[in-house]
Design a protein around this ligand. Sequence first.
Ligand SMILES: [Zn+2]
Length: 254
Amino acid sequence: MPEILEVEMYRQAALPIVGRRVRSFQTDDTIVVKEALPIQTLVGSRVREVARHGKLLTIHFENGSIDLHFGMAGRIIVDGRSPIDELVYGASSNDRWIRFGIEFDQGFLAITDPRRFSRVAASRVHDDLGPDAFNPDLCDVVRRHLPKRGNIKGVLLNQGVVAGLGNMLVDEVLSRSRVDPRRDIATMKPQLIKKVFVTVVSVLPELLERGGSHMGDLAAELRKPGSGCPYDGHELARATVAGRTTYWCPRHQK
Ligand SMILES: [Zn+2]
C-alpha cells in the first residue's frame, strides 16, 4: 500500500511534467474520477508544480489543481515508467488497470490501480490533515493535534494528527521507539511522545533511501506468524490494533 514514502517517490518521478501543457485528460473511470468536469476545464493549462502532503499528491496547473489519492494499490506511471516496480501488496502496470491519465504536449502521466481505490478530483482545502510527516519541525507542530487518549498506533495512523504514516511505517516507528502499539497515549510521558515523533523524523529519510516503507528493520518479510524481532530475536506478537494487523516485540516494546 502506498504510504508517504511511495507517494514521495511518485512526486519525484512526476517532476518532469512541470512546464508541460495538457492536451487531454482520461477521466472515464467513474469510480476513480467522480467529477470529471472540473478536471476537463484544465485542458490547455500548463503544470506549475507537483506537491505532496502526507499521502496526497497535488498537481498545480496555471488555472487550478487536482488531487491524486492512491488508495490501496495505486501506482503512478510517467512517460511509460513507474518509480516502483511492484508494491508489496501487489500492483501491476497492466494497461487495463489505467484509471486516470493526462496526455501532455509531450509525454503522459497515468494512474494504474487494479483495486480502484485511487481517487482523482479537483483540489479542495485539506484542513482535515495534520502536519506532513516529513516536516522537520514535526515534534513541535504535531503537539496541538495530539488527542488526550487512545492507543498510540491509532494516534499515528490518524491523518488528522500526522499526515502520511500507514500501517508498516507506524509499526517500524513504534519498534524503534520501544513502545507497545496498544499503549494509551494518556499513559505516556511527554518525553516518550517526543521520542516517537523524533523517530518518525529520522526513519522516513532512511527508509526512502532504502527503497520504501516495506524496507524497515521490521521488514515486510517478517510480517508473518513465528517471525523473530530483528533486534533481540524474541517472537513477534501479532494482533489487530486500531483496525490494522500489527506486529510488535513484547520484549523490547512496553
Ligand atoms: Zn525486540
